[in-house]
Design a protein around this ligand. Structure first.
Ligand code: NDP
Length: 295
């Protein structure tokens, strides 16, 4: 028997940029990798590298105990998985679903899986496709520990760090949502900053090194703020909400003077004002997290 046939098998459903990276990393680790994608032809390069190209999703999932699904969202994953032939082929096997969606959809999918005797882990990939197979990749999983332990060595072929964040199936997606909340609000701020800077005669290239400096301030601020939020004590000694409010008002005023939509900053300003109106002006900015859920 060749060493290749002794390697564990894995199936990847979905060959967008991320699915191709996942399958490529499995192949690079020497795993027997079967691939399938709704639109034919996307497996060409992977097959040239040694992957088995399945003709159908049911054929693909029957080739391995572990199937990794990575498509645009849960509707797409459902379109692939929730068909009798696929459900039948998956019974007794494990699905790790790395398609992004909401915690609610993850819980619903876990219920569907349980109803068909399929072992199910929901997952989230927190880093771009080009990190897969490198130490920078970050994967989160939620669901039962046992399949995570059983398939952990195969999943680690994807490189990076792997975190089981709890048995409750929605927890990986919940982390994903919270973390993407940070990413997209930051990106909304960045594109707005580019527009305001440009209106003031500053090019994106001129702003970029200073933008990096701002981004580098954030990690210790996040950590200190999380400690405050955990402890429920919101010291605004160095930077009270009133001071943040004043800074935000300058941004709104400058933007609107140039005719630039300031609705993102106005929304943030509105939250800060609500905190001040409720008597929390001397607290730190993170106090707002506590007020948000209270309407
Ligand atoms: P996309 O999010 O564009 O997903 C493309 C894949 O979804 C293709 O395989 C496509 O098949 C499939 N698909 C779309 N609709 C359907 C459908 N109705 N039925 C079956 N298959 C469908 O590309 P990515 O590969 O980049 O992303 C996959 C997942 O990974 C997403 O959930 C994304 O959020 C997540 N992710 C991606 C990152 C990245 O850097 N790309 C980073 C972190 C997470 P077809 O080719 O037939 O259209």
């Amino acid at each position: 028997m060749s060493s290749r046939t002794e390697q564990p098998a894995v199936t990847v459903l979905g060959l967008g940029p991320m699915g191709r990276s996942l399958a490529g990393a499995f192949l690079a680790a020497g795993l027997r990798t079967t691939v399938w994608n709704r639109t034919p032809g996307r497996d060409r390069e992977l097959v040239a590298r040694g992957a088995a190209g399945a003709r159908s999703a049911e054929e693909a999932v029957a080739a391995a105990d572990l199937t990794v699904v990575c498509v645009v969202n849960q509707d797409a994953a459902d379109a692939i998985l929730r068909r009798e032939a696929v459900e039948g082929a998956l019974t007794g096997r494990t699905v790790v679903n790395l398609s992004a969606d909401t915690p609610g959809r993850a819980r619903d999918t876990a219920q569907w899986a349980a109803g068909h005797g399929i072992r199910y882990l929901d997952g989230a990939i927190m880093t771009p496709a080009d990190t897969i197979g490198t130490p920078d990749a970050v994967f989160l999983y939620s669901g039962p520990e046992e399949p995570y332990r059983q398939h952990g060595s195969v999943l680690r072929a994807l490189g990076g760090t792997h975190h089981h964040v709890g048995e409750e199936p929605g927890r990986a997606a919940a982390h994903d949502i919270a973390l993407l909340d940070i990413f997209w609000t930051a990106m909304a701020g960045f594109v707005h900053a580019l527009a305001v800077a440009r209106a003031e005669g500053i090019t994106p290239g001129e702003l970029a090194p200073f933008a990096r400096g701002i981004a580098q301030i954030l990690p210790p601020v996040f950590e200190a703020s999380a400690r405050e939020a955990d402890s429920g004590s919101y010291s605004g000694e160095d930077n009270p909400i009133t001071s943040a409010l004043s800074s935000m008002a300058h941004i709104v005023r400058t933007s609107e003077a140039h005719g630039i939509d300031a609705s993102v900053m106005r929304a943030a300003e509105g939250l800060a004002r609500r905190a001040v109106d409720r008597g929390h002006g001397a607290d730190g900015f993170v106090r707002i997290a506590e007020l948000l859920g209270r309407g």
